[in-house]
Write a protein that binds this ligand. Structure first.
Ligand code: GDD
Ligand code: MN
Length: 384
């Protein structure tokens, strides 16, 4: 495998002068089964970081340097990732800070975890054996933990314990499917976006415990703004990924109105009540179908076998029928257990009404959504 270690630098002359020789002489020789290269992405650091790197490049031939304008850590990484994938044919990319907060001695362990089958390896501070600097004050610890927890909940990811980890190794076969040029942040929060879009592809993740050391030379470039930026990125990712579910709920709501209007209209022009009810129900089904087809799930791949409009309409009708069956049995069993009436606090309510709400929320809505998005309007999985 060709592994490119990307190390972004901004005013890291002192650190990089020690780091590159250490990697070259002590770490990379330990990695016998892979071709390891180093890519330094600098942003015209005023302290002469690039001069130091250029000097070292005369001695170490597997080091490359990219220079550019300072647009933020995420922008620097994206620049480096494109270069590593397009120009260096990287099979895997390591994100690695140049300030010794990431211990170079951990590199072989991250690579071993990928050798064992991981698609993404996270150097994690928050698994047993991992840790954060002892020097960190309480408020910094709290921000780090709560920020991570917020991201875990919003992105519904409890299998990753360090969501903002900066020390990572990722297969480029997954990275290639991430829209790197439109990440929601050019700063530190870029990594939340990449992480989420890698995990969404079903990548196999392994967390390797690492100690995140305190900085000894130079200074951190992270600011308070980055905290808000991370919140913003997480919320935006959630909205993006929930867009079709929100639309699906809205369509369901309009369906109810359509049903009512058509049912009452039919009765008004003289149909019998049951016929009016049936006309209302089928009108709602057709209107829901049209809205879902042309709005909620318009991105669904229309070229596959699901593509036929009428086949979809039939499947949709069958699904609606299934919902009726589910509601029938929910009421049947509820009345078997509780009888026709349920005592709720000081109210006595008909069981068929009480059971309706949980049945719709916990059975009908999730089941319909899954069938719509995974079967009727299945979108093509991202290509590997
Ligand atoms: N080229 C470039 N451009 N490099 C940058 C820039 C930039 O705008 N900003 C920072 N860097 C480089 C630094 O020189 C350093 O090598 C590395 O990126 C990390 O920057 P720090 O400023 O030291 O970040 P940190 O230590 O506060 O944050 C680290 O830990 C966080 C977790 O607590 C990073 O790894 C974060 O990604 C991580 O979330
Ligand atoms: Mn740092």
């Amino acid at each position: 495998m060709k592994i490119v270690i990307i190390s972004p630098t901004y005013n890291e002359a002192v650190n990089i002068k020690k780091l590159i020789p250490l990697l070259e002489e002590q770490i990379i020789p330990q990695i016998k089964n892979h071709d390891v290269k180093i890519l330094i992405v600098d942003d015209n650091s005023p302290d002469g970081t690039t001069d130091v790197v250029k000097e070292l490049m005369t001695k170490y031939k597997n080091v490359e340097l990219l220079n550019g304008d300072k647009k933020g850590l995420g922008a620097a990484y994206v620049r480096g990732m494109h270069y590593a994938m397009d120009k260096m044919q990287a099979d895997a990319i390591m994100e690695f800070d140049a300030d010794f907060q990431h211990d170079p001695a951990d590199i072989p362990r991250l690579i071993e975890a990928m050798d064992k089958g991981a698609d993404m390896v996270i150097g994690s501070r928050y698994v047993p054996g991992g840790g954060i600097p002892k020097e960190w004050g309480l408020h910094r610890k709290i921000i780090s933990r709560f920020g991570g927890l917020f991201a875990q909940i919003m992105l519904w990811r409890f299998d990753v314990h360090d969501m903002t980890a900066g020390y990572k190794l990722t297969r480029t076969s997954f990275l290639k499917n991430v829209d790197l040029d439109h990440l929601y942040s050019k700063y530190y929060a870029y990594k939340l976006h990449i992480l989420h879009d890698i995990l969404k592809q079903g990548a196999k993740v392994t967390e390797v415990p690492i100690i995140f050391y305190e900085r000894k030379e130079g200074s951190s470039k992270i600011t308070r703004k980055d905290l808000f930026d991370s919140f913003y990125v997480v919320v935006r990712l959630r909205l993006r990924d929930s867009a079709s579910f929100i639309k699906f709920l809205l369509v369901g709501g309009t369906g109810f109105l359509v049903q009512l209007i058509m049912q009452e209209g039919a009765v008004r022009i003289g149909t019998t009540h049951p016929v009016g009810v049936a006309i209302g129900a089928e009108s709602a089904i057709i209107s829901n179908f049209l809205f879902n087809n042309f709005w909620t799930f318009k991105a669904a791949d229309k070229s596959n076998t699901n593509g036929n409009f009428f086949v979809r309409l039939i499947k949709f009708n069958v699904t609606s029928l299934a919902s009726i069956v589910i509601q029938f049995f929910a009421d049947y069993f509820a009345e078997m257990f509780f009888g026709p009436k349920i005592q709720l606090l000081s109210y006595t309510l008909p069981t068929r009404i009480v059971i309706l709400i949980p049945t719709i929320i916990f059975l009908v809505i999730p089941l319909n959504y899954i069938i719509y998005s995974k079967i009727i309007w299945k979108t093509n999985k991202v290509k590997k």
